[in-house]
Design a protein around this ligand. Structure first.
Ligand SMILES: [Zn+2]
Length: 422
């Protein structure tokens, strides 16, 4: 059998089985070359890819002219051409998909993060050296923090203070997991506050006494009004913070009515570094204890919201400070809940207007239930209100110390590169 190369020049003359075989082998060679082009596009540079593509195009043009002669319509060539087009199309598709990837010398794309974190991995990564998995709870202990998680529960205790998670700790693939959102937005701001507090200020404190004027707020059985209790404690907190050298503003100084949005607007005009609203609670007669609220996360239920109810996906101005607000809420609540006789109801999340509109990290503290006879009696004494004020002021100071530390740490890490630049 005579082996002859097929070419458009000899056309039908060169068309035979051998010629078709030759085309097929040549096609395979060109296709493998094209495969390399695709790899070149993905892993090297675009110009090299273009160069390779031009090479293949040139070959295609020479072997399959735009106006083929009737002789060129031989079945072997048509089949080969069809196969070529099919494979070429597939490769182009692959190249198209690959075009979204970055070259190897660019920043690598991080792997997709799972929305759940294994509790044991979380412990290992964040300095908890002891992990005790008991029947219905997990206890983590490190050099600085102790975290107590309850199985299938949203309740977590960090250093003895109750914090409400968005999702319960749950079993996935036979291992206990926490939601990634809870790790990032609830736990890490408390375990590594320096990261959460970067970029925050530590000079201007805005205190907001709840209600006022025509709005008395909650009422005790003996007629004590929430607006009076809140204002009294707020003034006491201000006194302590001013003594410590902070600039403190009050959204209301007297029994005047101030719209909720106006409170946030005033905080913004004073360039507030933090905003704390003080209230007294109301509920069933048996309800008692202290609770602190920070803003709910977009798309997540508020702590007291019923399962199945509509969850807001809206992001509010206050959500810009989610991590720092968590650190602030925890810092205050950690002090307040340990005040004498204080029942810990935890750090919760809610969509209160003053938190939604806050122009800085913010928290709302409920200092006790006026609807509860015992707590109303305690709130009526100035000694108890003074203790509450001392705890709240200490919590705020601890938060501000954390911010100062974060600023100092940030300056330290920046210094070497600044020196290099000089
Ligand atoms: Zn209130």
């Amino acid at each position: 059998m005579e082996l002859r190369k097929w070419s458009p020049k000899n056309g039908a003359k060169g068309r035979n089985r051998t010629g078709d075989l030759f085309i097929t082998s040549e096609l395979l060679y060109q296709l493998s070359y094209f495969g390399l082009c695709v790899q070149a596009r993905i892993y090297l540079r675009i110009p090299l890819f273009v160069k390779c593509l031009l090479h293949v195009a040139e070959w295609c043009h020479s072997e399959f002219p735009c106006n083929p002669t009737p002789d060129a319509q031989c079945p072997g060539m048509r089949i080969s051409f069809l196969i070529f087009r099919g494979v070429l199309g597939a490769l182009l598709l692959v190249a198209g998909l690959g075009s979204g990837r970055k070259p190897s010398d660019a920043t690598p794309v991080p792997p997709k993060r799972s929305s759940w974190v294994m509790v044991k991995e979380f412990a290992k990564e964040h300095g908890f050296t002891s992990v005790k998995v008991l029947e219905d709870e997990v206890r983590l202990k490190g050099r600085v923090h102790a975290l107590h998680l309850r199985k299938d529960s949203r309740k977590a205790e960090l250093n003895g203070t109750l914090i409400w998670l968005n999702q319960p700790m749950t079993v996935r693939k036979k291992r206990w997991h926490l939601s990634r959102l809870d790790v990032d937005k609830t736990l890490l701001p408390l375990i590594h506050p320096t990261d959460a507090l970067k970029g925050q200020g530590y000079h201007v404190v805005v205190l907001d006494a709840g209600h006022g004027g025509e709005d008395p707020g909650a009422l005790s059985a003996k007629g004590r009004k929430e607006k009076e209790v809140a204002l009294d404690v707020t003034r006491r907190v201000r006194g302590r913070l001013m003594k410590a050298g902070y600039k403190v503003y009050l959204t209301r100084h007297d029994d005047s009515f101030v719209e909720l949005k106006e409170r946030a607007r005033r905080a913004k005009s004073w360039k507030a570094d933090l905003f704390v609203s003080l209230h007294a609670n109301s509920g069933p007669k048996t309800a008692k204890g202290l609770e602190t609220f920070v803003l709910s996360l977009p798309g997540q239920r508020s702590t007291n919201q019923k399962f199945g109810s509509t969850v807001s996906k809206q992001t509010h101005p206050g959500n810009k400070y989610d991590q720092a607000s968590m650190a602030l809420g925890y810092a205050i609540h950690h002090q307040v809940r340990s005040s004498p006789g204080g029942l810990d109801r935890g750090v919760k999340r809610a969509r209160f207007l003053v938190l939604k509109e806050a122009p800085c990290p913010s928290a709302l503290v409920e200092i006790g239930f006026l609807s509860n006879k015992e707590e109303a009696a305690k709130l009526a004494t100035s000694a108890h209100r003074e203790k509450l004020a001392a705890s709240i002021a200490l919590g705020i100071e601890n938060y501000l110390r954390g911010v100062r530390k974060a600023v100092v740490d940030q300056t330290k890490t920046k210094t070497p590169s600044t020196r290099n630049a000089e």
